[in-house]
Ligand binder design. Structure first.
Ligand code: IPE
Ligand code: IPE
Ligand code: MG
Length: 254
């Protein structure tokens, strides 16, 4: 049994296996939760059924990540490009988001999880946006771990907003162009207060980033699985983290 599996089952850990990799549990993982529509289609169900099952997968994954002691989990829930979808599907997704907060927020808060949003959720209908605001406020002082949800998020938009703020500072004379360093840019991103991204997972067999965390993924390990998001579970998360643990990160060194 591997170290991770034993941690999940809470049995005493065996001596760590020499893998040649770094062997650690990642501090920060991000997930592109894709494949809800295909999951539903394969069952001749409406797409909403896929999104509902996807919400169940979120629940399972958060519990598993908690057991593994992952400090920060970032979930891509709605991209800035997902507004291209039919109004009905957007309303379904918004409804599920509200339902998720109603049913899960108590457990999230009691587990000491801080909720943080990246992107701009104020583009959603007012009641949904207000529920998200309330959830963020309620969990703001929690310190056990962080759940980051990307809502109406696009990495290029995030970078453009960051650049605009830096440009304003240059215009105001409070920042010299030579001070626009990678660190200064990172400090303006929505993710500024988060640990560096270690592992980026995408489900459903698509091998692209779809405008997610482009800057933050510079030295993240990437993991692509054919599993559709509604089928993702604790075992799938452990498999991703075991793959991560076997890898050797070099950051350009040797
Ligand atoms: C991911 O599943 C959920 C969101 C993007 C909101 P999709 O709805 O993209 O499912 P597929 O890609 O059509 O299977
Ligand atoms: C990415 O999935 C966005 C989310 C998972 C929220 P999409 O299904 O929107 O991405 P594309 O269209 O396949 O690139
Ligand atoms: Mg998709």
């Amino acid at each position: 049994m591997s170290l991770l599996r034993s941690r999940i089952s809470r049995k005493p850990a065996p001596a760590p296996v020499e893998t040649g990799g770094q062997g650690a549990v990642p501090r920060h993982i991000a997930i592109i939760m894709d494949g809800n529509g295909r999951w539903a289609k394969a069952r001749r169900l409406p797409r909403l059924a896929g999104h509902r099952s996807g919400a169940e997968a979120v629940r399972r994954t958060l519990r598993a990540a908690g057991k593994l002691g992952i400090e920060c989990v970032t979930l891509y829930a709605f991209s800035s490009e997902n507004w291209k979808r039919p109004e009905e599907e957007i309303a379904d997704l918004t409804g599920l988001m509200k339902q998720f907060l109603r049913s899960e927020l108590d457990e999230i808060h009691e587990a000491g999880i801080r909720l943080k949003i990246i992107g701009d959720h104020h583009a959603f209908e007012p009641e949904a946006a207000a529920m998200v605001d309330a959830a963020v406020a309620r969990t703001a002082d929690n310190r056990a771990s962080t759940l980051v949800v990307a809502l109406n998020y696009g990495s290029q938009d995030e970078l453009a907003r960051a650049m605009r703020r830096l440009a304003e500072q240059v215009k105001a004379g409070t920042l010299a162009p030579s001070e626009i360093t990678p660190e200064a840019i990172a400090a303006q991103l929505d993710t500024a207060d988060l640990p560096p991204l270690d592992l980026l997972i995408r489900t459903s067999g698509e091998v692209r980033l779809s405008n997610f965390l482009l800057w933050q993924a510079a030295y993240a390990e990437l993991y692509f699985t054919d599993t559709l998001w509604p089928d993702f579970d604790e075992a799938a998360l452990v498999a991703a983290i075991e793959s991560y643990a076997r890898r050797e990160r070099r950051y350009g060194g040797r």
